[in-house]
Design a protein. Structure first.
Length: 503
């Protein structure tokens, strides 16, 4: 959902940048535009209600396993979300809907109000999907609470609390920072010519937008901790234990926060690029359902992301992706633009290819990198819960016997790995995730547990894995520096040539 909301805002940014702001399929009458735009959320909502009803029937039917019902609901929801963003994309690029609210002609700062109105069918659709899913979620929650598992901390969730949670977690968390960026983009577009004239540099508007986006990204954690409902973790043995871990591992953060979800969410996260705006979040249900050692392991995993600088490397990776896609577009653009004229069809093709290339780069590349980083954070988490030698009871490559501890840097203690694996298993069982289910950013819990066990038994494997991640990071940096230099040379050369040809 986060990605789709980013995409919805990106549609508006692209639409604003397009030279001829003309819809793809000619001129629709205002009435048809209105029907297309307004009926989407209603239709999606109705489809979602039907799907939710069927999923509930499957859940309560004895003939079908609970997992099949969950899988059905999961897939239909995904499909409806894709339909939501696809439909919204059509409203933005295929109709004159955005032009109805081009308020920048009245006053540039007002354009953001117009943008919010243009976005409103997307928000309405997202809310309709949650409204439809609510009865299904209620049934799942009731079934969880009556199960043999002790996750019966879930009180019944009323509709207002359910919507509040989803709107905050899945919509506002992206919409607030993106609205700030969109606002800046609107102003920069309106005052771009003045900015270029004043700075005597054509790249000034783009750089200004980049600076605003970077600033928003940097301070986002301060907004996020308020958009989500959070509170500092109370003083006590657990907080002292986690603070001791921070000191031991050299991890600096502004605060450790409890992430409030009415007992719905089993999750932990770290946010913030630098210590003054860095927070570690542990959800209420996670704290209520796990042992202190397991919580420490999870906290250690988040610490691993910080100490291994994963966010920074993701940013460099994103920069490499941007360079690659820009280079591809530049190459294709030169091919399709015949001298003098620029056929609109070909420009659309280039844009289409760029979108597919971006999707592939992120879908495949980012997923692959993220799974490696998650494993590295797992190993870090396991090392954080390494017990003293006399408490290590498993055959272990760190604690050879009660008196011999081999501190080989990359080695992992078997007991630490087992504690970490138990935390992973607990997260899976509480979240109702099948152990073998993998996602875009995470390998399956089962494969992460197997990896930990194999690494604990074979120190060489741990060392080889850490070396692999080191090489990946160096590769990303080399690609970024080489690509950056190459594109700087290319654009300077191009600008000089254009300047010569106009003289
Ligand atoms: Zn992680
Ligand atoms: Zn050990």
């Amino acid at each position: 959902m986060h990605l789709l909301t980013i995409l919805a805002f990106a549609f508006l940014l692209w639409r604003g940048e397009m030279p001829a702001s003309r819809p793809i399929i000619g001129n629709l009458s205002p009435a048809s535009t209105l029907v297309i735009v307004l009926f989407q959320p209603i239709l999606l909502g109705l489809a979602a209600f039907a799907a939710s009803r069927r999923a509930r029937r499957l859940l309560t039917s004895r003939a079908v396993s609970c997992h099949r019902a969950q899988r059905f609901h999961h897939r239909v929801t995904l499909l409806l979300r894709v339909a939501l963003i696809g439909g919204f994309g059509f409203s933005v690029f295929g109709t004159s809907w955005p032009e109805w609210f081009a308020f920048e002609s009245i006053s540039p700062p007002l354009q953001i109000v117009g943008d919010c109105i243009v976005l409103s069918p997307y928000f309405a659709g997202a809310i309709a999907l949650w409204l439809a899913a609510y009865p299904y979620e209620q049934t799942i929650r009731r079934m969880d609470s009556s199960g043999p598992d002790d996750s019966s901390i879930n009180p019944p969730w009323n509709l207002a609390a359910y919507l509040d949670f989803n709107i905050r977690h899945h919509l506002l968390i992206v919409a607030v920072p993106m609205t700030l960026i969109l606002f800046a983009a609107d102003l920069i577009r309106s005052y771009g010519a003045t900015l270029t004239q004043w700075s005597r540099w054509r790249g000034a508007p783009d750089v200004a937008l980049g600076v605003v986006a970077a600033g928003v990204f940097l301070v986002a954690p301060i907004m996020m901790r308020r958009i989500w409902r959070t509170a500092p973790l109370e003083c006590g043995p657990l907080r002292s234990r986690l603070e001791a871990l921070c000191r031991r591992k050299g991890m600096r953060c502004r605060d450790i926060l409890v992430w409030k979800s009415d007992g719905y969410m089993i999750n932990a996260a770290v946010m913030g690029l630098v210590a003054p705006v860095r927070y570690v979040l542990l959800s209420d249900a996670l704290l209520a359902n796990m042992t202190p050692a397991q919580i420490e392991a999870v906290f250690g995993h988040e610490t691993g992301h910080v100490r291994h600088r994963h966010i920074q490397h993701f940013l460099v990776f994103a920069f490499v992706g941007w360079l690659l896609v820009t280079a591809l577009m530049e190459l294709l653009g030169q091919r399709v633009s015949a001298p003098g004229s620029r056929p609109i069809g070909s420009v659309w093709t280039v844009d289409g290819i760029a979108i597919v290339a971006t999707a592939l780069f992120w879908g495949l590349g980012f997923g692959w990198l993220s799974r490696r980083f998650e494993r590295q954070a797992d190993l870090f988490g396991a090392r954080c819960v390494t017990p003293p030698a006399h408490e290590c009871l498993l055959p272990c490559s760190v604690h050879i016997d009660e008196n011999t501890t081999l501190d080989g840097g990359d080695r992992v203690c078997a007991t630490g790995a087992a504690v970490f694996a138990s935390a992973l298993d607990r997260v899976a069982s509480l979240n109702g995730i099948p152990r073998e289910e993998r996602s875009w950013r995470h390998s399956s819990i089962a494969s992460r547990v197997r990896f930990l066990a194999s690494v604990a038994g074979d120190p060489q494997r741990a060392i080889r894995f850490e070396n692999l991640v080191r090489r990946i990071k160096v590769g990303i940096w080399l690609a970024a520096v080489a690509g950056g230099l190459l594109s700087a040379w290319y654009w300077t050369d191009l600008m000089q040539r254009t300047a010569q040809s106009t003289q």
